[in-house]
Design a protein. Structure first.
Length: 318
């Protein structure tokens, strides 16, 4: 899955143990070389001598006290970004609804702390920036040491699987499972400019399309996706961007309401066919559009193992 352009080092993801939802980063099944996660959830079950967290923390519902680390700091920065574009009263009203849900989501996922520890281990790189094209690339005008590259590569391995892409981190190619650049190449010609548009990407995954939307001139790009792993992948790249109006929140469309008609353009790519009630999903997309706003729905339906059909349509809100 990863191949390095530095020193000819190649990594085959098949040699790295699979880490599905049932996988726990305990000492008995932590792969060699994987750092021990700092996990309050994990430590709670480790017996005497480990930090204990009382039962009230699950009922607190505030990120400052429950997840007082860089993950909470990041999410509050996204809230501040929203407040800079929309009504503070509306943003804070929505935040009051989603914050307890975020706490529950993080607590429920046994790997939240592990993924957070990985993002926190990423080294800072001076004068880093992102070059957005078919490959979304993190680079720097300064020298990047081999040690820093090796540390980044170790983190990227621990954040697999990578669905959307491709990405490149300072010479490290992330060979994603899906060639999202090919789908974007089909969409971009009919999409036109997103200049000064406020955009929402529903089911954003690790954010590949969000960077492409920013490339087309959007003044704000927000992504929502309940996957904590995808959030970690997105943050691993956004760490090396500088002052860009982009952010991701791990929630689903069920948290959105028709009072949140904030966005000029809403994308829903590869989401519709996962919904039990597709019509309700279309209604959700309509509710969060400004009058005159556009929703772009793209679908990919597996029809036979050897073939995938694609299609899409646009809806405009009057």
């Amino acid at each position: 899955m990863f191949k390095s352009q530095i020193g000819g080092l190649a990594l085959n993801r098949r040699k790295w143990p699979e880490m599905g939802p049932e996988w726990s980063p305990g000492p008995e099944n932590r792969p060699p070389g994987m750092p021990r996660p700092f996990s309050r959830l994990w430590d709670r079950s480790r017996g005497p001598g480990r930090p204990q967290v009382g039962p009230s923390w699950r009922q607190d519902g505030h990120l400052e006290t429950v997840w007082g680390n860089s993950l909470a700091t990041y999410l509050f920065s996204v809230r501040d970004l929203l407040e800079s574009h929309f009504s503070s009263a509306e943003v804070n009203g929505w935040w009051a609804i989603i914050e307890p849900e975020l706490v529950k989501t993080f607590a429920k996922n046994g790997k939240t702390d592990f993924w957070e520890s990985q993002v926190s281990q990423l080294p800072s790189i001076r004068n880093s920036s992102l070059d957005v094209g078919s490959v979304v690339e993190a680079k720097s005008s300064d020298f990047v040491s081999r040690l820093a590259v090796d540390n980044i590569q170790a983190v990227l391995k621990n954040l697999k699987p990578w669905r959307k892409g491709p990405f490149n981190y300072f010479g490290i190619d992330v060979d994603s499972e899906w060639r999202s650049d090919m789908k974007w190449a089909r969409i971009a010609p009919v999409l036109g400019s997103l200049q000064n548009k406020k955009v929402l990407d529903v089911g954003c995954g690790n954010g590949y399309y969000m960077w492409r939307m920013l490339e087309k001139g959007a003044s704000l790009v927000i992504g929502i996706d309940p996957s904590i792993l995808c959030l970690a992948q997105f943050r691993s790249l956004s760490k090396y961007a500088r002052n860009v109006p982009i952010g991701m929140i791990p929630v689903g469309t069920e948290t959105l309401s028709e009072e949140m008609a904030w966005f000029d353009v809403v994308f829903s790519m590869g989401v519709l066919y996962h919904r039990r009630d597709p019509l309700s999903h279309l209604t959700e997309l309509r509710n969060i559009l400004k009058p005159g706003g556009l929703s772009l729905i793209h679908i990919s339906e597996p029809t036979r193992p050897e073939r995938i059909s694609y299609g899409g349509f646009c809806l405009k809100k009057k």
